[in-house]
Ligand binder design. Structure first.
Ligand SMILES: Cc1cc2nc3c(=O)[nH]c(=O)nc-3n(C[C@H](O)[C@H](O)[C@H](O)COP(=O)(O)O)c2cc1C
Length: 198
């Protein structure tokens, strides 16, 4: 049993993914459901919507991302995207993070604050799910392909999985077994990040 801080240290961005896990799709689904249920949201608004893709559903999603992004990205970014997409397709699945704009509108907040709360609600879910996956020894990364509700960039994804038009795609998290060495991460001085007074 690891402590929370050990779990936080264990969570990293992992791009080379595989399918070597003792956890079933049902186990993973159950953990994601539980953690998302407990995520704090502004005014307990619970605006976040999660879509978990396994097998062909995940492959279909990443094929779509590749088809769109290969025409959008330039130069080395295509190679980078290709690496992410290949890693994702080699993994176990993908978590898609949405915000339901109809639910967001119900929050007693407008303008910049509404936008901030929407993003914060979703970020809490992203981190919670990322930690839950790490606890199961699963690697994951956070991606932002085809994001853009106003421009309709996420429309095809919603149509692919028959999701409501009010869903706004915020991020994607491909996950699977960890098939790479993780490099040391640089940390800024904690005194810059944290100040303490008494
Ligand atoms: C708001 C946010 C956006 C991010 N966007 C991306 C992204 O689009 N693609 C990506 O590969 N990683 C993305 N990341 C992952 C960070 O690059 C990564 O967490 C950071 O470099 C620290 O590395 P670690 O995750 O291994 O601790 C994002 C992370 C955050 C918090």
């Amino acid at each position: 049993m690891s402590t929370f801080v050990e779990l936080a240290e264990k969570r990293r961005s992992v791009y080379a993914l595989g399918t070597d896990s003792k956890y079933t799709q049902k186990d993973i689904e159950a953990r994601i459901r539980e953690v998302v249920k407990q995520v704090p949201t502004a005014f307990n608004s619970q605006t976040t919507r999660i879509v978990v893709l396994f097998d062909e559903a995940s492959t279909k999603f990443w094929d779509h991302i590749y088809d769109v992004q290969k025409n959008v990205l330039e130069g080395g970014m295509v190679d980078w995207m290709n690496g992410v997409v290949t890693g994702a397709k080699n993994g176990i699945g993908t978590v898609l993070f949405f915000e339901d704009r109809d639910a967001v509108k119900e929050m007693p907040a407008q303008g910049a604050r509404e936008e901030a709360y929407k993003q914060n609600n979703n970020a809490n879910a992203q981190y919670g799910v990322w930690l839950a996956l790490a606890e199961m020894n699963l690697g994951a990364s956070l991606q932002h392909f085809n994001v853009g509700y106003e421009q309709g960039f996420d429309k095809a994804t919603k149509e692919m999985f028959n999701l409501p038009a009010s869903y706004e795609m915020i991020a994607q998290m491909p996950f699977g077994s960890i098939e790479q060495e993780l490099s040391e991460k640089e940390h800024i001085d904690t005194d810059v990040q944290v100040k303490v007074f008494s």
